[in-house]
Design a protein around this ligand. Structure first.
Ligand code: SF4
Length: 495
């Protein structure tokens, strides 16, 4: 007899994976939050920071606080609001904290891989939260195993924590040890690290993943670190500046000290953070991403105009670009799809009939608005194309007489190795099909993608200061051959 109440967190996560198996979008790979604020309820502030960053990872959440030398840790599978409650937060006292939301790209979806990772050193505990992905984990793992570290998780984040511990145990202090360890790491890492004496924030030399600094009220010794500015807004902190590529900031009772740990930094912020991952109300380069995404819509309206009766976006991420498209084209903007915003994850599998109707669990077409109309639907990206195809069918079933699709980014032709889950290359529809072939497969009347130049020029920043490798294959950090083999089609790719 099988017990019916035996589902553990780990079992649940397996079910989540099979149920939501690779939604047809690239998936973000974690949100991080750190705070140094003696006298404040740092656990609760970290909770709300993670709550604002929930979109960056929904598999697990964790908070570690330091009360002097003692570390308090709670982490589990699930959303921030499921993992924590008032009484758990009360058991996390201290003057500084780090927190993490996880979406797994390395290491499987298991409770043991939840972060922060806590390791012991000769100077006391350290708690580390990581956003990004290392590309040299095979080499780093071998080095750490040789040094007799007992790696208990399958994450690259634990390896960074142990690399710091190894350097500290060799006699270095927190700063020197961390810098020495960062030099052993290749790839993308935005880190927040808590120790008994302070909180550290650091970015890799390319600054691939974001990390910002904020101040709490006007008190200069209360600092916050977060993946995005939306996590500062929710706790009333003011944005101070970004942590720079190759920079380490060390926040202690003496204030904030900055160290340029890498002398050859270059800016290569992930352009997908701008297009899709980060929340539209987060600031990057001093403006909201909502404004940038609207400009992308205006640009594609100029590049690929089409006549129609109405334009709308795929909720929520396609909406700003659809509004921009409408402004430039003069074609009225109207909601054509309604998203069910009131549900979380479900553990109940839909029926076969429901599964065939696919996307209607989340998105429902407005039949009376769509009936008899020529429509333009705007989305931020197409990865495999499976959801887009179901969406087009649903619009036609609702009575749309023409369906034109505009995508506010170029075709995704290459996988990501820096912390974003974009499938293997053979699953990317644009890696093996032309735009005309994709249009045919999606059964749209026309399809156009934004140009690569348009995407970068509309940032109004130096166009060289972004990673756009998933559109070009031009990876800013070299990918070791064996890692490449895990995701890339190594024969000639038709693009
Ligand atoms: S490869 Fe794509 S998703 Fe990955 S960091 Fe570069 S731009 Fe971002």
């Amino acid at each position: 007899m099988i017990p019916i109440h035996s589902v553990t967190s780990d079992d649940q996560s397996q079910q989540i994976n099979s149920l939501e198996n690779h939604p047809d979008k690239p998936e973000e790979a974690c949100g991080v939050f750190g705070i140094y604020a003696p006298g404040e309820d740092v656990a609760k502030l970290t909770y709300f920071g993670l709550y604002a960053l929930q979109h960056r990872g929904q598999e697990s959440a964790g908070i570690a606080t330091f009360e002097g030398t003692q570390v308090h840790l709670h982490k589990d599978m699930g959303l921030v609001s499921q993992v924590f409650n008032e009484s758990i937060l009360e058991q996390l006292p201290g003057s500084l904290a780090v927190g993490h939301n996880r979406y797994s790209t390395t290491g499987s979806s298991r409770k043991v891989n939840a972060q922060p990772a806590v390791v012991e050193t000769r100077l006391g505990s350290l708690a580390l939260a990581h956003n990004g992905n290392l590309v040299n984990t095979v080499q780093l793992r071998e080095e750490l195993l040789k040094s007799n570290f007992n790696l208990i998780t399958t994450t690259d984040s634990e390896m960074i924590a142990y690399a710091i511990a190894e350097e500290v145990n060799a006699g270095l202090d927190w700063l020197e040890g961390s810098i020495r360890a960062f030099h052993r790491c290749q790839g993308a890492f935005s880190l927040v690290i808590a120790t008994p004496t302070g909180v550290m924030g650091a970015r890799d030399p390319n600054g691939i993943r974001p990390l910002v600094i904020g101040t709490l009220e006007s008190n200069p010794v209360r600092y916050v670190l977060a993946s995005e500015t939306c996590a500062l807004d929710i706790i009333g902190a003011d944005y101070l500046r970004d942590v720079e590529p190759g920079e380490l900031v060390w926040i202690t009772e003496a204030g904030l000290a900055s160290f340029q740990w890498n002398q050859q930094p270059q800016r290569k912020l992930c352009i997908f953070e701008m297009i899709y991952f980060a929340r539209p109300d987060s600031l990057m380069h001093s403006e909201s991403l909502y404004s940038y995404r609207m400009r992308l819509g205006r640009r594609i309206a100029e590049e690929s105009p089409v006549d129609a009766d109405m334009v709308f976006g795929v909720p929520d991420s396609g909406i700003p670009a659809a509004i921009g498209f409408s402004q430039t084209s003069g074609i009225p903007y109207a909601e054509g799809l309604i998203k069910n915003r009131y549900v979380g994850r479900t553990f109940i599998q839909p029926t076969q009939t429901m599964r065939e109707s696919g996307i209607r669990m989340k998105l429902n077409p407005l039949k009376d608005v769509l009936f008899g109309k020529r429509v333009i639907i705007v989305d931020d990206s197409i990865v495999r194309g499976t959801t887009s195809r179901k969406l087009v069918k649903a619009l036609r079933d609702a009575g749309a007489v023409e369906v034109h699709m505009r995508i506010s980014s170029p075709p995704v032709t290459h996988p990501c190795f820096y912390g974003i889950d974009t499938d293997t290359q053979d699953q990317l529809i644009a890696a093996t099909k032309s735009v005309a072939e994709i249009a045919k497969q999606l059964q749209v009347d026309s399809l156009a993608y934004l140009s690569w130049e348009g995407m970068l020029e509309e940032t109004r920043e130096d166009t060289n200061s972004f990673c756009s490798a998933c559109f070009t294959g031009d990876y800013p950090v070299a990918i070791p051959e064996q890692v490449k083999r895990s995701k890339l089609i190594l024969e000639k790719v038709v693009v």
